[in-house]
Each structure stands twice: as C-alpha cells, then as structure tokens.
Design a protein around this ligand. Sequence first.
Ligand SMILES: Nc1ncnc2c1ncn2[C@@H]1O[C@H](COP(=O)(O)OP(=O)(O)O)[C@@H](O)[C@H]1O
Ligand SMILES: [Mg+2]
Length: 314
Amino acid sequence: MSAVPAVEISSLVKRYGSTAAVDGLSFQVAAGTITAVLGPNGAGKTTTVEICEGFRRPDDGAVRVLGLDPWRDGAALRPRVGVMLQDGAGFYPGARPVELLTHLARLHASPLDVSMLVARLGLESLARGRAPLRRLSGGERQRVALAAALVGRPDLVFLDEPTAGLDPQGRRATWQLLDELRAAGVTVVLTTHLIDEAERLADHVVIIDAGRVLAEGTPQELTSGVSDDVIRFGGPPRLDVGSLRAALPAAATVREVAPGSYEVTAPVDPSLLATLTSWCAAQDILAEGLQVGRRSLEDVYLELIGASAGRTAP
Ligand SMILES: Nc1ncnc2c1ncn2[C@@H]1O[C@H](COP(=O)(O)OP(=O)(O)O)[C@@H](O)[C@H]1O
Ligand SMILES: [Mg+2]
C-alpha cells in the first residue's frame, strides 16, 4: 500500500450563505481501501465529495486527490478518477445506456469491457432495448452511472450514495463489484446513510454530521472503543425510563428507541441485570425478548448523531 494517501482532506470549509455545509472537516483515504463517509441527509457528504471531484471550490482548507489539487488539476485527474454523482445525475437524458458506456470507454486508454460491466450490473435488458436514460427507472439510471464511473478503469472512484434506491439484489451486486475493485487495488470513496452498507463494505468509516467528523475508524474500532454493552427488551410503550435510569448505576443510559422498545447502555454485569429485572417486576412488566449484546455500529452511529443534533439544536 502506498504511504501517500489517495485523498487528503484538511480543515475543509464550504459555506452556502451564512451556513457552513462543511465545517472544518479532515480525514484521509488510504490507497487501495474502501472508505465510507456515513452521515444523515444534509451532513455535507455530497458537498465534500464534489469538492474532491473538482466540481465545487472550497472556501477554506485543502483537498489533495492522488497528490493533486482537484480544482486546478482536473485535466490530469480526469483519466484516473471515476465519479458517480448522487442519483446517477450528470448525463444527457436522451443518451442510450450502452452507447454512452461505449463512448466513455473509448475516451480511456484501457477501459473495462462494456458488456461485462453491463452483465455484472444486471443491465442486459437495457442493452437489448434502445430506451434512453430518461425512460429508465431510478435504480437503472443509478447502475448505468456506476458503470460509467468504472468503465475507464480508474485508480480512484467517488461514489455518492451508489446503492440508494436499488433493490436488494442490485445492492448485493454493487457491493460485490466494489469488493472486487478493492481486490484489484482501486481506491473507493463512497457516501452512504446506510449503516449496514458502511459496516459490510468499508475498511474505514468516517461518520460525519453538520459538516464535521464525529468519529472514524474501522467498523471494529468504532464499536470496540466503548466498553459498554447494550440490553434490549420490549414492554408496554411509555415506561418511565427516568425511574429505571435512577435505579441503575450512574453510567447507564436508558432510551425508548421505538414505542415499547427499550435499550439500556451500560457495562453489564449480573447485578445490573438483576436490578433491571427487579425494576420490571416492581412495575409488573414482563421484559420481552430481553437480550444482552455488544454495541453495533448502528448503536454507535445513532448515539453520535443524537448527541450532535443535541449540540446543534437552536
Ligand atoms: N448549492 C447549494 N446551495 C445552498 N445550500 C446547499 C447547496 N448544496 C448543499 N447545500 C446545503 O448544504 C448542506 C449539506 O448538503 P449535502 O452536502 O448535499 O449533504 P448530504 O449529501 O450529506 O445530504 C445541506 O444543508 C444542504 O441543504
Ligand atoms: Mg448527498
């Protein structure tokens, strides 16, 4: 693996009017890895990758892509970098998918085989027909855009929500293709709001919200940095979580994550479990489906995003 990062983002700032969509963001992408930029809608994911793609200019901070400045060195980067915009945007709506891909392939020195890509992405039925992009479903357009990002055999690809709107088979096919790209040494940067996608695919996950990095690491690092376990149980809705909180050790948190669905986060030991079940008994509640588990990336993510929303709320 090269010591020079494929992408280096330092103290990046992008403002739209008085609001900062990207607010001092820094992270690096190691060559030959898959990095997922994970965050809710409006977190600043698209703005960040579009700056890396040279489509938007930063207000402050710096971005290096393959050692170059994407705003100035676009001509040098274009043959080496594949780009898939959000919603598969960016193509003439009258273009026919296979003609488009064949055309793009001709612009590159050693393109991938178009019919192989078409088959891998389940686009054969489109290849037989002559429908232009504007007649395709959203998911089909997305897959054409993914193929267009990959056809030039890039060293680095930026994929903005590549599986949004895809059916489960489409998602799996995309994931497998991205695994293979990594195996072939391609660097992949993707954005997603899907926690399972980040967990399944990424070597490195950067969780962002409100234009800032909240946490980053491998999925394992993100979930093991905290020693807390989580206890989940079901019961009647609107239990007095404050009273349960008060009964438990100070480090515990209690949340009703959905009506009638409770989560206690704490370092779990037998005495804590006993306290919990006796509190339930005192309320005449049978804790249904009670289970103790390690925190998942989803738990970590929801907690980070929740805390971030708390800080930025007016
Ligand atoms: N061209 C623009 N003009 C004004 N505001 C924008 C523009 N693009 C994005 N924003 C705002 O910046 C924030 C971040 O947007 P975006 O980068 O698209 O986030 P994400 O991709 O994570 O959903 C949002 O609040 C969005 O409304
Ligand atoms: Mg976006």
